[in-house]
Ligand binder design. Structure first.
Ligand code: SF4
Ligand code: FES
Length: 252
């Protein structure tokens, strides 16, 4: 199949950027979206031009490294699918495709489609962990966890930190991401000990880094490749309110 691409090109975060037009020729419907860009890049390199910069790592939907806005939607048109797992069979011969980076004040564009998502790392560093002594592997049955709690924790832990939720949100909010991390740990007894402090510092770090707040657009849930539900944002809000109570252990 042959396609027309309009791709955002930007040399660095100070460059105002521009859209450039490319023809993608002889693309197999079995290629992934990133493989299609690899083909375009090979041709650009052959012609002495700068290839389009984009992020990827696992290319199997688990690492959260890839992220592009395809035809206006973060990760493109396929529900619950990262752009590395989006296949060209979902497009038609002759289609025009618009490709842009994830846009948010907290995610500056580094080059073309590559953005700096270090702000997510800083939210995790602020409190997205449990403080335990490492050592021998504990017995699997030493702490029994009800099935419902284990399932909740696993559902939240599916977040791969891709940032699509931020790119889709009109407020540039990182609430879905932060809520997934807070809820994952808060659902388990190992995470309860620091739960009050964690929810306060992670939420405050999120706001300090320039992410907006949630005003119930649900765009985040709609584009999340892992199907993280907004119910976790409600959980984050409940945890935050609980942490304000005297004696909760949360920062005052
Ligand atoms: S909540 Fe979903 S969209 Fe947001 S970072 Fe996690 S996996 Fe990506
Ligand atoms: S490259 Fe790892 S999720 Fe897309």
């Amino acid at each position: 199949m042959n396609l027309t691409l309009y791709v955002w090109r930007q040399n660095n975060s100070d460059d105002p950027g521009r859209v450039e037009n490319y023809e993608a020729r002889d693309i197999s419907p079995d290629m992934s979206f990133l493989e299609m860009l690899d083909v375009v890049n090979e041709r650009l390199i052959k012609n002495g031009k700068e290839p389009i910069a984009f992020d990827s790592d696992c290319r199997e939907g688990i690492c959260g490294m890839c992220g592009q806005v395809v035809n206006g939607t973060p990760h493109g048109p396929q529900k619950k699918t990262t752009v590395c797992q989006l296949h060209m069979r979902h497009f038609k011969d002759g289609d025009t495709i618009y490709i842009e980076p994830f846009r948010s004040r907290a995610f500056p564009v580094l080059r073309d489609l590559v953005v700096d998502r270090g702000a997510f790392d800083r939210i995790i560093q602020s409190g997205g962990y449990i403080s335990v002594h490492t050592g021998g592997v504990p017995d699997g049955n030493a702490i029994l966890i009800p099935k419902h709690d284990a399932d909740t924790a696993m559902d939240a832990a599916e977040c791969i930190g891709c940032g699509a939720c931020v790119a889709a949100c009109p407020n540039g909010s990182a609430m879905l991401f932060t809520a997934a991390k807070v809820s994952h740990l808060a659902a388990l007894p190992q995470g309860r000990i620091e739960a009050a402090r964690r929810v306060c510092v992670m939420t405050e770090e999120m706001l300090r880094l320039g992410f907006g707040n949630c005003s119930n657009h649900y765009e985040c849930e709609s584009v999340c490749p892992k199907g993280i539900k907004v119910k976790f944002i409600a959980k984050l809000n409940r945890e935050y309110l609980k942490a304000q109570l005297p004696g909760s252990g949360g920062p005052k």
